[in-house]
Design a protein around this ligand. Structure first.
Ligand code: FMN
Length: 188
């Protein structure tokens, strides 16, 4: 039986990103038969520009992102909150995978979200905007597949999220809901 593949896009580029650490922790919660991998290279994807989104001119980094998303069974978007919304890095990725209009790589792809920030609000504004954007982009947002982490400085300052049993439970449940949605796709 083939594996279910989940691709993770992390909206923070910084080396010590807590969101990246949460994505790394999610990898280890993958159930049997599910592969979870972090997409590397979002920082190289140029700003979306319709002038370069034409056959023969699509930048290699943008095409690589589209190919990776297109080849995955599901997406997990992991986002911090920057000034009350998601990051430009993640929004840019969503824009690239939303096109060509009506047949972008994200079209019909089950999507889960994880958000984390230093505030007690747990980046839920970023979560809301991410869900809105990826839904408009054509993704299938899995309503039950989300998790939020607030006050991450205190919570994960001393220990990686993979050492936090509650975080692993939340991440595992999010993946479980996401993978269940893959099985329910009529075209799966
Ligand atoms: C430009 C910028 C804007 C930010 N805006 C917010 C915000 O609106 N709400 C919030 O909770 N945290 C905000 N933060 C703090 C982030 O939550 C914090 O830096 C977080 O650790 C970033 O995620 P990362 O560790 O994955 O990089 C902001 C940080 C930056 C750099």
């Amino acid at each position: 039986m083939s594996q279910t593949s989940v691709l993770v896009l992390v909206g923070s580029l910084r080396a010590a990103s807590v969101n990246r650490q949460l994505a790394e922790a999610a990898v280890q919660t993958a159930p049997d038969g599910v592969s979870v991998s972090l997409y590397e290279g979002l920082g190289e994807v140029p700003f979306y520009n319709e002038d370069i989104d034409v056959p023969g001119a699509v930048p290699a980094a943008a095409q690589a992102l589209r190919d990776a998303v297109g080849g995955a069974d599901a997406l997990l978007l992991v986002t911090p909150e920057y000034n009350g919304t998601t990051t430009a890095v993640l929004k840019n990725a969503i824009d690239w995978i939303s096109r060509p209009y009506g047949s972008g790589a994200v079209k019909g792809k089950p999507v889960a979200t994880v958000s984390a920030s230093i505030s007690p609000n747990a980046a839920q504004w970023a979560h809301g905007d991410t869900v809105k954007a990826v839904g408009v982009a054509g993704g299938t947002v899995v309503e039950a597949a989300h998790a939020h982490f607030g006050a991450v400085g205190e919570r994960f300052g001393a220990a990686h999220p993979r050492e936090d049993a509650e975080a692993l439970t939340q991440l595992g449940a999010t993946l479980h809901e996401l993978v269940s949605a893959v099985g329910q796709r009529v075209d799966a």
